[in-house]
Design a protein around this ligand. Structure first.
Ligand SMILES: [Zn+2]
Length: 267
């Protein structure tokens, strides 16, 4: 699943390739992904220029002059900018043709992605309005996490994965950040001290930043149109040993998601 770093890298790539390009026509081949694809897309986008590509949480925001194209990649969504496109395949649901002959193609085998259109402030759109602060901005700091966790007995891992608390911290990053912070993922959020909140925030930012710098936690394979996860200290290593103390890692489930931690190093 594309996580925040993959979405940010997609944003950078598409901004570089698409900013200033004019839309010639739109071909939609699916009525619905997670939500219906807006029927007016062809009408509102034709003749418009893509001014920029932004991001909020895991949503991509294409400024198309008359409004904003809002795209979420869901579980398996992939956006490609193709200069010499092959005919669309079964899972290529949307083509946005540009006047230079290239195409922006949305591919999504499982159809959990979202394509929306809004003429108002995209940040006020119902899909985006409730998203918490961006993890890589100063608005997300230890004081913030301490404040919002005081009345919450939920496991700290679930709190930091709640998009209303902080945008786009997925399962992989929550596992890794809590390992680096030496905090057990099942600790009640309200039991964390200010100093522990500082640590959690620091390491969330660190794992996300490293991942973006290294080209994401996934190998993005354009040829096969897929994301392949790389290796982590704890995520996906439930049967392995701790890279710090060499003791056995423990695997459990929190909120239905695989949770791996070291019972010796994480308290
Ligand atoms: Zn350990």
């Amino acid at each position: 699943m594309p996580e925040l770093p993959e979405v940010e890298l997609t944003r950078r790539r598409l901004e570089r390739e698409l900013a200033g390009k004019e839309i010639e026509r739109v071909e939609s081949r699916a009525a619905k992904l997670r939500l219906p694809i807006p029927v007016e897309l062809a009408t509102v986008l034709t003749g418009r220029t893509i001014r920029s590509v932004g991001r909020r949480g895991k949503y991509l925001l294409f400024d198309c002059e008359a409004g904003w194209l809002v795209v979420h990649l869901g579980m398996t969504g992939f956006l490609r900018h193709l200069h010499d496109p092959s005919p669309p395949g079964k899972h290529d649901h949307l083509d946005i043709w540009l006047t230079d002959g290239s195409v922006l193609r949305f591919h999504d085998p499982r159809k959990f992605g979202t394509v929306a259109w809004t003429q108002g402030d995209p940040l006020a759109h119902p899909l985006l309005a409730g998203i918490g602060p961006e993890p890589l901005t100063p608005a997300f700091d230890g004081a913030y996490l301490f404040r919002v966790s005081r009345s919450r007995t939920v496991a700290v891992k679930l709190l930091i994965m709640n998009a209303a608390m902080v945008a786009g911290v997925g399962n992989i990053y929550a596992n890794e950040a809590l390992f680096r912070a030496a905090i057990r993922p099942d600790r009640p959020a309200c039991s964390l001290t200010q100093e522990e909140c500082d640590r959690v925030v620091h390491f969330i930012r660190e794992v996300l930043s490293e991942s973006i710098e290294q080209g994401s936690t996934y190998r993005v394979a354009e040829a096969t149109v897929a994301y392949h996860p790389l290796e982590f200290a704890v995520y996906g290593r439930g049967k392995g040993n701790c890279t710090r103390c060499n003791g056995p890692l423990e695997e459990t489930r929190l909120g239905g998601r695989s949770t791996v931690f070291c019972p010796r190093c994480q308290r």
